[in-house]
Design a protein around this ligand. Structure first.
Ligand code: NDP
Length: 328
């Protein structure tokens, strides 16, 4: 029995954004129907100032039927070095007999599937005409989020802010085009002013978005902070928004953007209107009015990795150039 090994370049080739958005819909529907087993992820944090963590994310999914685990290290300080901030592997197992059928680059899977989930949230929640996009952050997720937003909404202008202005400028220069003006701004509020789509994809532990800045009717994808002590948006932003998550149980443990306002008594857990899968299954309403601000808080789930890995595996199986190894 051989195991397929798929590197990051191949993962990107086999996992176009639009296909991944469809896969995220399927996986999150299965979750909402009770068709997934997803324990909360254990995270090993390395003591010391440099930080760094290793997260282990196992899951079983009944549609597409799949079993696997992602082991991923998160070293935010790697940024700007030869190492990515997210590195690791997704291991896929045959759910019938347990054989290890594939090993694939987790960084690439994470880059695409995270933005695809935001794309799905945007498709479900943003106003149909929304297209004035603010991106906070200019790293890996900023690039994939631009692609995801363009896949689901008629993006006509992009303003990007990043802590290091040169990175925002680099991002803007890469994508600026006659039909899509992309500009780098000096301050977060300059990006958000009047925007109807906002993606926060930073490693900041403190809010970079203040709720007072948000335009009526905006939709936010809040992606960066996945620990209870860190957040990218302030309490006012949460108070002003109808909030949606990938999974309540995970968000209430891992999403500082929600955990902190709940702990401070500013909002109740019931402020989370729905999981994306519940919207897809018609179990809960989404946006109620054009003026409402909607906010999707993403923490990332192993079922999203499985849904994406399943596509990659199926395509890799049909490609003789993809290496196979025998681990026995
Ligand atoms: P990168 O390391 O590629 O980029 C990080 C970005 O965060 C850069 O734009 C950097 O700015 C900015 N940044 C770092 N520290 C700070 C700070 N203290 N204040 C403001 N901005 C800061 O990371 P990714 O793009 O891969 O990931 C972005 C975030 O999304 C991370 O926090 C990551 O953990 C999270 N994430 C969430 C997932 C989910 O499923 N919800 C999945 C994957 C990632 P600059 O370079 O300009 O200094």
């Amino acid at each position: 029995m051989s195991t397929i090994v798929v590197n990051g370049t191949r993962v990107r080739q086999f996992l176009p954004m639009r296909d991944c958005i469809e896969a995220m819909e399927r996986a999150l529907r299965a979750l909402a129907r009770g068709g997934a087993v997803v324990p909360l992820r254990p995270v090993v944090r390395i003591p010391g100032d440099a930080g760094g963590a290793l997260a282990v994310m196992p899951a079983y999914l009944d549609d597409p039927r799949s079993l696997g685990v992602k082991a991923i290290s998160v070293f935010a300080g790697n940024e700007g070095t030869v190492h990515d901030s997210h590195q690791g592997a997704v291991l896929l197992f045959d759910p019938g007999h347990g054989a290890l059928v594939a090993i694939m680059d987790a960084g690439a899977i994470t880059a695409v599937r995270t933005a695809a989930v935001s794309g799905l949230a945007t498709r479900l929640l943003a106003r149909p005409e929304a297209g004035d996009l603010a991106i906070l952050g200019a790293g890996v997720q900023a690039h994939s989020h631009l692609e995801a937003m363009r896949a689901v909404r008629p993006v006509h202008r992009v303003r990007v802010w990043s802590r290091t202005h040169a990175r925002a400028v680099e991002f803007a220069q890469r994508y600026n085009a006659p039909d899509l003006p992309v500009t780098a701004v000096m301050e977060p509020h300059e990006a958000i002013d009047g925007a109807d789509l906002v993606c926060t994809v930073t490693s900041s532990r403190e809010p970079v978005v203040m709720g007072d800045w948000l335009a009526p009717g905006a939709h936010l994808n809040v992606v960066g902070a996945s620990v209870a002590a860190a957040r990218e948006v302030d309490t006012t932003a949460i108070l002003r928004s109808a909030c949606f998550v990938d999974r309540r149980e995970s968000a209430l443990r891992e999403a500082g953007d929600l955990v902190i306002p709940i702990r401070d008594g500013a909002v109740a857990e019931s402020h989370i209107r729905a999981e994306l899968g519940e919207l897809l299954e018609g179990q809960s309403p989404g946006r109620l009015t054009p003026q409402e601000i909607t906010l999707f808080k993403s923490v990332g789930l192993a079922v999203e990795d499985l849904g994406a890995a399943d596509i990659v595996y199926r395509r890799a199986q049909g490609d003789d150039d993809v290496p196979r190894i025998d681990l026995r």
